[in-house]
Design a protein around this ligand. Structure first.
Ligand SMILES: [Zn+2]
Ligand SMILES: [Zn+2]
Length: 559
């Protein structure tokens, strides 16, 4: 091995350790500097000594440095570098793979600029300080950042919350941590989460970072500083931020985003003061606290200034759940188990709404089973004296807009939901026509997950939503905000337009498991809040008699 190669290898290893914020980087740098200074003869002697099985002391080196040299000489530097590259943040791994940066540049980005995620890189490139980078490097990073933005797959909200929930549980249990919360995209209920962020408050942030990185859900530590750890949990990167109590509010605010909202706030204040509470960040900007779900820089700061923020729907406003499945179709729990779970949530009413006969679900309910289900519900009613049970159906809207169930059967149900599950390949006009036909059907009360998006796999249908909102409002048909993590539909922007057009919405769990009712309702509420939805816009914030009146009003045509 030649002189520059071994020294260079240590430079590469030191850079990669610096990307990780690994304290061992200092030793690697010291070895590199030492090797750089050696004569060829001294280096040969060193390598010879490092190979000796008796492990003699190496000249001018302390124990940790000598161990690193022995390791490099016996195992070869290549595999060590390869292993080190595999343990840096994903951003760096990808930038290195596509030769967009060198190891030295990777170290500069992480060590000097704190850039370890794509979000960091995008924010950094938009800041004036990035212009101090060499022009070529800046250009290379810019094009790599936009390529990665198109390529990196975000994490669906449901999975993001599972991972973040596990980290949060572990973090708030650590000594010294007196508060913790999910921040970032997930706190704003983005259906697709680019960046999983957790915020913790501790009077001793650095000690807490140490403890967090050693906590159970953490599989590997990809980067760490005194106030931040980027860790790998179940194959997903989680960005854990720790702040002292007097700066916690500002940290949480910045970590929640969205970037456009944070930038708008910075412009108002020409920067951000360190605040203990997030409310104070807003107060210093002359604003009331703005709920995270609204923070998209889409008029929320203007509304706050004008004192016209919506009074967003909350979990406590919800009186019942109008969409859930049982073992009669593709649900995993019996009708009774679903109802018990709903009653345990304190609901005043719950609707059992299995899939109609020809739905593309793994199991559907045939008309004769529907009659059996009605009898079963009748028998169960006395078990739930404080909760009214609605027998319903999620009927498919067939290819031509007819319903997958005879009117004579639908008439006997307490509520009818209709959905466009099938033939998603149709053009916008055909899909709109089908949806409108269902809306105009006097027995259809709710259109479920109207755009039929599948989070992370398929965007929603492009339909004439203006026409759909007008028809729904005009006919007294509710549009659903579906809390199943795969749906989250109507999503925020659509929900906002719908309620602005006078539509009544429902917020439902669409749950197929008793244990998921609360969780999916929470996702539904978050999604509704993204759409500026207030309790008065929501059917299932109303008492049972009003819900029944809503259903009846459509069944009995005026005049
Ligand atoms: Zn459905
Ligand atoms: Zn459903």
């Amino acid at each position: 091995m030649s002189v520059p190669t071994l020294a260079d290898s240590f430079r590469h290893l030191a850079c990669l350790a610096e990307v990780r914020g690994d304290p061992g980087a200092r030793t690697l740098r010291a070895v590199q500097t030492h090797l750089d200074r050696l004569t060829p003869a001294a280096l040969s002697a060193l390598i010879e000594a490092a190979r000796a099985p008796s492990k003699p002391d190496l000249p001018d080196m302390d124990r940790p440095a000598a161990d690193r040299v022995r390791e490099a000489v016996t195992l070869g530097a290549e595999p060590l570098i390869r292993a080190a590259r595999a343990r840096v943040p994903l951003l760096h791994r990808l930038l290195l793979e596509r030769n967009a940066i060198t190891h030295d540049e990777a170290a500069t980005l992480a060590r000097d600029h704190g850039v370890v995620t794509l979000g960091d890189l995008q924010a950094f490139l938009a800041e004036p300080r990035s212009s101090r980078l060499p022009t070529v490097m800046h250009a290379r990073l810019k094009s790599a950042a936009s390529a990665l933005a198109a390529e990196l797959r975000p994490v669906p909200l449901g999975r993001a919350c599972e991972v973040l929930g596990a980290c949060l549980d572990a973090t708030v249990r650590l000594a010294g941590v007196d508060a913790g919360m999910i921040a970032g995209d997930a706190r704003r209920f983005e259906p697709l989460v680019d960046h999983l962020v957790l915020a913790a408050r501790s009077p001793h942030p650095s000690a807490t970072v140490d403890a967090v990185t050693a906590s159970r859900p953490v599989d590997d530590v990809l980067h760490r500083t005194a106030r931040r750890a980027l860790v790998s949990v179940r194959g997903t990167e989680v960005d854990i931020r720790v702040a002292a109590p007097d700066e916690f509010g500002t940290m949480v605010f910045a970590a929640t985003g969205a970037p456009g909202h944070v930038a708008h706030m910075r412009r108002r204040r020409s920067g951000l003061d360190l605040c203990a509470r997030e409310e104070d960040v807003y107060a210093r900007a002359g604003l009331p606290w703005i709920p995270p779900e609204l923070r998209n820089d889409s008029g929320e700061i203007e509304a706050a200034l004008a004192g016209r923020l919506p009074r967003l729907v909350e979990r406590t406003d919800i009186r019942g759940d109008l969409h859930m499945h049982s073992t009669y179709s593709d649900g995993q729990d019996t009708v009774e188990a679903m109802l018990r779970a709903a009653a345990a949530l304190g609901y005043e009413y719950a609707a059992i709404t299995d899939h109609s006969e020809n739905a593309a679900a793994s199991r559907t309910v045939m008309p004769d089973q529907l009659a059996r289900q009605r009898d079963e519900i009748e028998r169960l009613r006395p078990l739930f004296p404080s909760m009214e049970i609605l027998h319903g159906l999620e009927v498919d809207i067939l290819q031509d807009g007819r319903l997958d169930c005879a009117d004579a059967i639908l008439e006997r149900l307490d509520i009818v939901l209709a959905s466009l599950h099938d033939h998603s390949g149709q053009g916008p006009e055909a899909l709109t026509r089908r949806c409108l036909r269902a809306i105009h059907h006097p027995l259809v009360n709710v259109i479920t997950h109207p755009s039929n998006q599948i989070v992370g796999r398929r965007p929603g249908y492009s339909m004439d939503f203006e026409a759909i909102y007008a028809a729904a409002a005009g006919t007294g048909t509710a549009l659903e905000i579906d809390g199943a993590p795969s749906h989250l539909d109507l999503d925020g922007a659509h929900a906002r337009a719908a309620v602005a057009a006078g539509v009544t919405v429902t917020i439902d769990s669409d749950c197929h498991r008793a244990s998921g009712l609360e969780r999916q309702m929470t996702f539904g509420i978050g999604t509704a809040r993204r759409g500026w939805v207030e309790a008065r816009n929501v059917l299932n914030t109303r008492p049972m008699h009003e819900v029944k009146a809503f259903i009846r009003a459509k069944r009995v045509p005026v005049g």
